[in-house]
Structures are given as structure tokens and as C-alpha cells.
Design a protein around this ligand. Structure first.
Ligand code: BTN
Length: 251
């Protein structure tokens, strides 16, 4: 499998898409030390400071339709959470759909972008942004209360210094965990992914505030279905299936 490493790109997702359009293999990886235009979900920017994080994209070519894309992104978050446990003994949680959190603060986000052809997925780009060694003061002010890095967490929680860990080791572990969940999906075992995801979930059973397009509602996150949709019960007893949008866990 080929791995493309850069000291700087605009966005590893952009570079990965260009490779995908040229026909690169399933599993091609793009890594950069810094991104000048790192992108997040919902049209946001993603702070990608030089050498402080893992800014990585993976091109996948699964033989699936649109309805399976959500499961693949949930599987990617499972792979990241289990890699954090294996490589660094860190217990991370997953906030639906695929934010990786440490004590309620976001340490890693995943941006999935895709190209469809005749109702089938042509390629998927999984973009993973992991905050590794930033200090709190290095985050933009607007996100300081919601963001964390592995360095901040390890110091506060365990008195450990991040300099004792290698980004490359975590990258390797994420990629091998990703390969494992990808194989599970290819074998059609979606239920296994859902069960794994639930083990890491910090969303299920909690009261959530959902922002979706113009709508906003509060309810209890009850479950996720086989397509990865969040099942939310509103206070009037009605049930909503949420496919995307933003969720805040309230209590
Ligand atoms: C989110 O908003 O939670 C998703 C953040 C995804 C950031 C990563 S960093 C590597 C890849 N390249 C990008 O431009 N974005 C993703």
C-alpha cells in the first residue's frame, strides 16, 4: 500500500481526492506535518499546527452504496478509539457520530468525503485529525474549552509526558485497526461494528441537543440503528432518526 508524506499540503483530504480521481489503490494513505487549509465537518476549518498532530487521509474503495457510508465512518471512529487504547493505554469515548473525546473534550475528528458513481461509492476519503502534542494555549481561543490533545490529557490525568510517545506508532496502530474494521465490514458483519461502537459511546442514554439544518430539538439518545442513525426520543414521546447534524451531550 502506498503512503504519501508531506511537510505541508492544503488539506490531506484534498490531496487524497486527487489521487483517488487518478485511480489510486484502496488503502492509499496521505500524511502531512501541517495543513494550510485543514477542513472539519459542517464547513468548519480544522486547526492543523505543524508537527502537533496526526493529519491523515485514507482512500477507500468499498463496493457499497450510500447507505453504508455512515457505518464506515462509525467504524473508523471505533478503529481510532481502539488504537488509542492499544498504542497508548488511553480510554477514549466516541460522541455520535464520530468525534473522539477524552473527558468530554474533543481530541480527534473524522471528515468523510465521497464520490458516487451510478448510486455506488466510487471512492471514500476518511480524513482523521488527531490532536497530539498541543498545549492548551496553542488552540484557537474559540475552541479552547472544547478541544484537548493527547499531551494535555496524559499530563493532567496520568502525569505523563507526551514526548515519551511517538506519533508514528499511533499512526501505524490506527491503520492496522482500520484494516481490521474494514475487513469486518467487507465480511458483512455490520452488527459487530455497531456493538463495538456502542462500547465506546458517550452519547447513548444521554440527553442530547440536536442541531440539524434549521431544526433544533432535545431528547434522549436511545440507540443507533443498522445504518448508524441515532435514534432520539423527544419529550413528547415521538422518535426521530438522525442521520447527520450536530449533537451536544447534555447530561
Ligand atoms: C471534524 O470536524 O470533526 C473533522 C476534522 C477532520 C480533520 C482532518 S485532518 C486530516 C484531514 N484533512 C482535512 O482537511 N481534514 C481532515
Amino acid at each position: 500500500k502506498s503512503v504519501h508524506c508531506f511537510s505541508e499540503v492544503d488539506s490531506t483530504n484534498n490531496y487524497a481526492k486527487t489521487l483517488a480521481q487518478k485511480g489510486c489503490d484502496d488503502g492509499t494513505v496521505v500524511l502531512a506535518e501541517r495543513q494550510t487549509q485543514g477542513r472539519g465537518r459542517l464547513g468548519r476549518s480544522w486547526d492543523s499546527t505543524d508537527k502537533k498532530g496526526i493529519w491523515m487521509s485514507i482512500v477507500l474503495r468499498p463496493a457499497v452504496g450510500l447507505e453504508d457510508v455512515q457505518i464506515i465512518t462509525l467504524a473508523a471512529s471505533v478503529a481510532v478509539a481502539s488504537a488509542l487504547k492499544k498504542a497508548m493505554d488511553v480510554n477514549a469515548g466516541i460522541k455520535w457520530p464520530n468525534d473522539i473525546v477524552l473527558d468530554g473534550k474533543k481530541v480527534c475528528g473524522i471528515l468523510t468525503e465521497m464520490s458516487m458513481e451510478m448510486e455506488r461509492v466510487n471512492y471514500l476519503v476518511l480524513g482523521i485529525g488527531m490532536n497530539f502534542s498541543q498545549q492548551e494555549s496553542e488552540f484557537p481561543k474559540e475552541i479552547r474549552d472544547r478541544a484537548t490533545s493527547l499531551g494535555i490529557y496524559l499530563k493532567e490525568k496520568h502525569g505523563l509526558d507526551i514526548s515519551g510517545f511517538r506519533r508514528s506508532h499511533l499512526v501505524k496502530t490506527i491503520l492496522s485497526e482500520l484494516e481490521e474494521v474494514y475487513d469486518t465490514i467487507k465480511e458483512g458483519k455490520v452488527g459487530v461494528i455497531i456493538e463495538e461502537w456502542k462500547k465506546y459511546s458517550v452519547t447513548l442514554g444521554k440527553e442530547v441537543l440536536i442541531n440539524y439544518k434549521e431544526e433544533q430539538y432535545i431528547g434522549t439518545a436511545q440507540d443507533i440503528d443498522q445504518n448508524g442513525r441515532l435514534i432520539v426520543r423527544l419529550s413528547d414521546g415521538t422518535v426521530r432518526e438522525v442521520l447527520s447534524g450536530e449533537v451536544s451531550v447534555r447530561g
